[in-house]
Ligand binder design. Sequence first.
Ligand SMILES: [Zn+2]
Length: 73
Amino acid sequence: MTLIQWVADQSDESLFKIESRPGFVFTPVEGSFNKTLCSECGEYVFDRYVRMKDGKPLCIPCSGYANARTLGG
Ligand SMILES: [Zn+2]
């Protein structure tokens, strides 16, 4: 019997000990599908593409697409 076969034959309970970690707080990664309404045309925009102009969220076309590109956004 190979070592790998022996390991494969063991039950999960004999190989792993599962317990909660005291004081551990799970913080989910911020979602990448959050979206915001463009204040100009009312279209939903994924947050990573939202452009702020005069304090208002805008989609890329409403914010001026050329500027958005040169800003490296
Ligand atoms: Zn827009």
